[in-house]
Design a protein around this ligand. Structure first.
Ligand SMILES: N[C@@H](CCC(=O)N[C@@H](CS)C(=O)NCC(=O)O)C(=O)O
Length: 224
């Protein structure tokens, strides 16, 4: 019997949480290996050489095969039949639903993730590290975050309860994990966005207890 895929993650990382929840919901055979980013555990030479040359999480090691990038990991694990078909329908014949999930996953990197992640870094993480950005720069990313959250409300969730239709997929989990992080700096994405608000609750309900487990720190530290 081959040994399980090793999953390296930190629950402070949004894509790490998304894959953590997806693995839990799928009953994937993975060996969890927590990596404490705050302690710089990803910055060692050993981590770089043996785990991930980019020195980031999430990443996996499957025997002598190493893979970084959350979406690449999702697809690799789906091809290994370790991901629930409803979350990432890799064998769907027409591939239309799969393509819709991919559409969101490709969209989110430079929109939702870039803006929410940067606002989180500038408003929560960096001040804790003694780094202070110019207010103008922070405002720029906050504005971008608002633009992308409005796209969630008015485009992705316009006609359906989940981003790709009536059912939860990996797309919802990736989106929700990114947005939850903004609670750490006291931002409530659901205010004045009833669809986003209802959707976040639905994603949480559909994925619990894994969702709450993955977000334990975020919820505990959240100012909301
Ligand atoms: N595009 C990558 C992003 C990976 C990433 O930025 N990971 C962050 C945590 S969310 C990280 O490991 N940062 C540590 C560092 O840059 O030192 C993915 O989707 O997996």
């Amino acid at each position: 019997m081959s040994s399980p895929v090793k999953y390296f993650f930190d629950l402070m990382s949004q894509p790490s949480r998304a894959m953590y929840i997806i693995f839990k919901l799928s009953g994937s055979k993975v060996q969890n290996v927590p990596v404490a980013l705050r302690k710089g555990e990803h910055l060692t030479e050993k981590f770089r050489d043996e785990v991930n040359k980019f020195q980031k999480v999430p990443c996996i090691v499957d025997g002598d095969f190493k893979l970084a990038e959350s979406i690449a990991i999702l697809r690799y694990m789906a091809r290994k039949e370790e991901i629930k078909e409803t979350l990432y329908p890799i064998s769907e014949k027409s591939s239309r639903l799969l393509s819709k999930v991919d559409e969101f996953l490709e969209w989110q990197h430079l929109t939702l993730r870039l803006s929410c992640g940067s606002a989180f870094r500038m408003k929560w993480l960096e001040p804790m590290m003694g780094i202070q950005r110019e207010e103008k720069q922070i405002k720029e990313f906050e504005k971008l975050m608002e633009v992308n959250l409005n796209i969630m409300e008015n485009v992705w969730l316009k006609d359906t309860p989940f981003v790709t239709g009536n059912e939860l997929t990996a797309a919802d989990i990736f989106g929700a994990c990114e947005i939850e992080q903004t609670k750490l700096f006291g931002y409530n994405a659901g205010t004045n966005r009833p669809k986003v608000d209802a959707w976040l609750k639905k994603v949480r309900e559909a994925t619990n207890p894994s969702y709450d487990e993955a977000h334990a720190f975020v919820f505990k530290m959240s100012k909301l």
